[in-house]
Structure formats: structure tokens, C-alpha cells
Design a protein around this ligand. Structure first.
Ligand SMILES: *Cc1c(COP(=O)(O)O)cnc(C)c1O
Length: 384
């Protein structure tokens, strides 16, 4: 599409043209591994489906449009997307990473990639000065997650991108935008170089498909990533690409309701005597609420974390006693989920210098009726 549309329109149309041979309005699922050539090297742009598949191409164009970027690349999971970005770097290269990232990201960096000579410093990225202080002559990348999983801390993408761009050679800034989704935050427009997603979460939106994506503007970085995508091969199949596109068609509608419901849940939990603290960027009590208003002007997302007054045991009871909020890992689907990060999503950080508090409970607020959600939480908290 040449015309620039609003994100709500792009979510439904970008990268997707009616099928020219049948008029089918939905992108066909090209369930094929290979493509017939007329003579060697003479083909219609597709040779083999690890390298490229038309359904995946549509999804990749859609992702680029949503993030306001030039190039999208799809992967078989968020971790595969992250791993492929890290293969741009070589032994001895140093990355500054938030000390409050998704447990799987920490595990990949600390337990896998360190073995291959990549170096990491885990720092408090809520403070741009702490990033400045952690810079080394071999620093090549700053890896941000904002808001963070699970503490809902924010990194100032614009301020950190200015620091990174002022260095020579330039330091790249990658932002894991999974929690906000491109509907609420577009890191490239704030100066970041790469955006990475677990499309498993808000983009897919229905807890039925695992996937990942990267969006970049820089042509050279795109070509390198495209080479790696094919060389390494962590690509999604056409069914998964299609299902994620289908989910994205309602991204804007879902995010509006996630934000609306989460704000009410956050307020309810703030007033509850069993809850010691609520982490939600939309609350005025959030230490970075002003930054949240600038960086996420349309809303603050559907994720909330709380500290239980009664500690770990109260947390276990709370997550076991909800009925609508299902006790499960993952997030970003239409249904509400609740979990205990310390033993579930973030168990891999238990040996780090930044384990999550044992009394922490994380909620992914879905798009059900708010009264039903509040009633469920109210009754699960009785006696705690
Ligand atoms: C889930 C998640 C990932 C990993 O994505 P997968 O699709 O599970 O591989 C990365 N970052 C964040 C913030 C996540 O929540």
C-alpha cells in the first residue's frame, strides 16, 4: 500500500491484497515447501519456503507497517527473533541489557550466548545515566524491554537512543516491544534501531500461536538479518503466519479494552488490604508515570504486577483461587491470566543478581467484562 493509513487500518489491510487469481479477501495459506521454476533461477520470487513464503511475506509487511518501519522479518518464536538479532554480533562484543528482562531473554543471553563469547552487563535501564556508566569500548548493542516483564518498569527509549547514537562507532538500540504492542508504542519513531516482538502475546492475541518478529529501517541491518533468517532457519510456517495476521486484525480493539480493564483492575488492587504494592504504568503512584504518559500516550497496556502483603504463601493462594483468571504462563490473549513469576515465567532468573520477589503475582488482564473480573479477584482475595 502506498498511501499512509492509520494503524487501525493497517492492522486489517497492510501487506494483504485480495488474491489476484480468485479474489479471496483473506491471504491464502501457501502450504508449500518449494516453487516451480521455468528455467534454473527463473522464478516468481520464491524458491524454497525457509527463504521465503508468500503468506509469511504478507505477515512481514504487516509487521513493518504496524511499527512504522521499512522491513519486517518473521520468526518461529520471540526467542528465535532475539537469537537471530544477537547473531549480528561476534565474540568480544558487549551488550547492555535491562536487569529486569523476560526470564527467557536472560536465559538466552546468560546461559547460551555467553558461551560463544558475547558479553553482557545487566543494568537498571530506568536510569539513562546507569547506561552511560555501563558503556565499554566494545559495547555494540543496548537491549531494552519497556515496560519490563514482570516489574513494569520503563526505559526512556528516546533518551537512550540519543546516548547510543552519539557514540562512535554507533551503538544499536533494540527494543522488545511485546508488552506495549505497536498500538501503544512505536520504538522506531522514538529513535530505536530494531524492534523485536514475541507475536505470541498481544499481536496474535488469542493464545493459539507462538511466533516472533523483528522490524528495522536500516537497509544493511535488514539484509544481514534476512541472510541470518535463511541461514539459521528459525522461521514460522504459513499457518502460523496466517493465524497471527488474523489475530492482528483486531489488535486496536483488543488493546483499547485491555488498557481500560487493566486500569480498573490496578485501581481495585491498589485499594485492597491484601495487596502491598501495585506496579502499573497508568497509576499516578508509578515512579515513571510521567514518562509513561509521553511514551505510551494511548494507554498503558494490560499487564499488572502486585506484591502480596502476606508474602509468597498469600501469592500462591491468590493465583490458585481465581476462577476467571486462569493460572498460566504467557500473556496478551483475550482471556485473563494470573501467575507467580518466581516459580513460573521467571524461574530462570533465580540465580541472578535480580531474582523476582517471591511475593510477586503477575496479571494479564483480558477483555472480559470488567465486573466479572473484579468479582473474581475480590473473591480470590478473601481472607488473604
Ligand atoms: C514471551 C516473551 C518473549 C519470548 O517470546 P516467545 O514467543 O515465547 O519465544 C520475549 N520477550 C517478552 C517480553 C515476552 O513476554
Amino acid at each position: 500500500m502506498d498511501k499512509k493509513y492509520h494503524i487501525e487500518t493497517d492492522a486489517i489491510h497492510a501487506g494483504q491484497e485480495p488474491d489476484p487469481s480468485t479474489g479471496a479477501i483473506m491471504t491464502p495459506i501457501y502450504q508449500t515447501s518449494t516453487y516451480v521454476q521455468k528455467s534454473p533461477g527463473e522464478h516468481k520470487g520464491y524458491e524454497y519456503s525457509r527463504t521465503g513464503n508468500p503468506t509469511r511475506t504478507a505477515f512481514e509487511s504487516l509487521m513493518a507497517a504496524l511499527e512504522g518501519g521499512k522491513h519486517g522479518l518473521a520468526f518461529s518464536s520471540g526467542m528465535a527473533a532475539t537469537d537471530t538479532i544477537m547473531r549480528l554480533f561476534k565474540p568480544g562484543d558487549h551488550t547492555i541489557v535491562g536487569n529486569d528482562v523476560y526470564g527467557g531473554t536472560y536465559r538466552l543471553f546468560d546461559k547460551v550466548l555467553k558461551q560463544y563469547g558475547l558479553e553482557f552487563s545487566f543494568v537498571d535501564v530506568t536510569d539513562p545515566e546507569a547506561i552511560e556508566a555501563a558503556l565499554q569500548p566494545n559495547t555494540r548493542l543496548i537491549w531494552l524491554e519497556t515496560p519490563t516483564n514482570p516489574m513494569l518498569r520503563l526505559a526512556d527509549i528516546r533518551a537512550i537512543s540519543v546516548i547510543a547514537a552519539s557514540k562512535s562507532p554507533k551503538i544499536w538500540v533494540a527494543v522488545d516491544n511485546t508488552f506495549a504492542s505497536p498500538y501503544l508504542q512505536q520504538p522506531l519513531s522514538l529513535g530505536a534501531d530494531m524492534v523485536v516482538h514475541s507475536t505470541t502475546k498481544y499481536l496474535g492475541g488469542h493464545s493459539d500461536v507462538v511466533g516472533g518478529a523483528v522490524v528495522v529501517n536500516n537497509e544493511d541491518v535488514y539484509l544481514k538479518l534476512k541472510f541470518l533468517q535463511n541461514a539459521v532457519g528459525a522461521v514460522p510456517g504459513p499457518q502460523d503466519a496466517w493465524l497471527t495476521m488474523r489475530g492482528i486484525k483486531t489488535l486496536h480493539l483488543r488493546m483499547e479494552r485491555h488498557c481500560e480493564n487493566a486500569m480498573k483492575v490496578a485501581q481495585f488492587l491498589s485499594d485492597h488490604s491484601a495487596i502491598a504494592e501495585v506496579y502499573y504504568p497508568g497509576l499516578e503512584s508509578h515512579p515513571q508515570h510521567d514518562l509513561a504518559k509521553q511514551q505510551m500516550p494511548k494507554g498503558y497496556g494490560g499487564m499488572i504486577s502486585v506484591i502480596m502483603v502476606g508474602g509468597r504463601d498469600a501469592g500462591y493462594k491468590f493465583v490458585s483461587q481465581t476462577r476467571l483468571f486462569a493460572l498460566a504462563e504467557s500473556l496478551g490473549g483475550v482471556e485473563s491470566l494470573i501467575e507467580h513469576p518466581g516459580v513460573m515465567t521467571h524461574a530462570s532468573t533465580s540465580d541472578s543478581t535480580f531474582p523476582v520477589p517471591a511475593s510477586l503475582v503477575r496479571l494479564s488482564v483480558g477483555v472480559e467484562h470488567i465486573d466479572d473480573l473484579l468479582e473474581d479477584l475480590q473473591s480470590a482475595l478473601v481472607g488473604l
